[in-house]
Design a protein around this ligand. Structure first.
Ligand SMILES: Nc1ncnc2c1ncn2[C@@H]1O[C@H](COP(=O)(O)OP(=O)(O)OP(=O)(O)O)[C@@H](O)[C@H]1O
Ligand SMILES: [Mg+2]
Length: 242
């Protein structure tokens, strides 16, 4: 399978505190990997490093054949059309309606005609099944619908990779299933994903491989079956506490 992202020996510190010693992993086209780890192990920081929202101390990030960790802000801005970040909080703009929220990345990065923009936004609204809600403002939406609108915004530029930061956190079981269904729909379009979550059950449903981050390193990497059958103490401990 074609490799689209490779992270080599990523190191990240904040002052005296080392969050990541040496993170190594790869992601393939159309693959979804689950990034599991306890709270505070640096999962969100890792995602932010990948798209240059945090500076790394050492290591390399390759998007296909291009090394992206050394890029200047202007070049990184373009990379964010290819790797998009679905924020942990959803992060919709309260002053914009749902349509405008989803159209925002299009207006930032592409020069589409009004008609093209409308077609793209309405495709996304349908894909996340909030087709009738374009005119509503974020405050009018349920938590589940806000998450879906956030996912539509993350997908609107047809990125190669979506970084999902806890997309199911705080949702009831029905809305969790809705989000997982959307992730499957994006994957079916060929989009790869990194799914950061505490929710092992959800991760098993959509991920091809699972990784556990602990003490600044990837301490387990394997298929769902390997994860379930693992005799590794860290994996067993993680399974019993989540
Ligand atoms: N800008 C910052 N300055 C200093 N420390 C930071 C900064 N951002 C994050 N940290 C620290 O980095 C560590 C990892 O944070 P991060 O948010 O990545 O954890 P996480 O694994 O995403 O946790 P959670 O599962 O709760 O979302 C935490 O100890 C946090 O306090
Ligand atoms: Mg986090």
């Amino acid at each position: 399978m074609e490799e689209i992202l490779r992270v080599k020996n990523l190191k990240k510190t904040f002052g005296e505190k080392t969050i990541h010693h040496a993170i190594n992993f790869t992601l393939h086209k159309s693959e979804t990997i689950g990034l599991l780890g306890n709270s505070g192990t640096g999962k969100s920081v890792l995602l932010r490093c990948l798209i240059g929202l945090e500076t790394m101390d050492d290591g390399e990030v390759w998007l296909g054949k291009e090394r992206i960790d050394l890029l200047k802000e202007e070049a990184m801005f373009k990379i964010r059309t290819r790797i998009s970040y679905a924020f942990q909080s959803g992060a919709l703009f309260d002053s914009l309606n749902v349509y405008e929220n989803i159209a925002y990345p299009l207006r930032e990065h592409l020069k589409l005609t009004h008609k093209e923009e409308e077609a793209r936004v309405s495709e996304m609204l349908k894909l996340v099944r909030i087709g009738e809600s374009g005119e509503l403002f974020p405050s009018d939406l349920s938590g589940g619908m806000q998450k879906r609108a956030g996912l539509a915004r993350a997908m609107v530029l047809y990125p190669e990779i979506i970084l999902y930061d806890e997309p199911t956190a705080g949702l009831d079981p029905v809305n969790v299933e809705n989000v997982l269904e959307i992730m499957r729909a994006f994957k079916a379009k060929g989009t790869a994903g990194i799914f950061v979550t505490h929710d092992i059950i959800a991760a098993k449903k959509v991920c091809d491989r699972l990784l556990i981050v602990d003490s600044g390193r990837i301490v387990f990497e394997g298929t769902v079956k390997q994860f379930e059958e693992s005799t590794n103490d860290i994996v067993k401990n993680f399974q019993s506490t989540h």
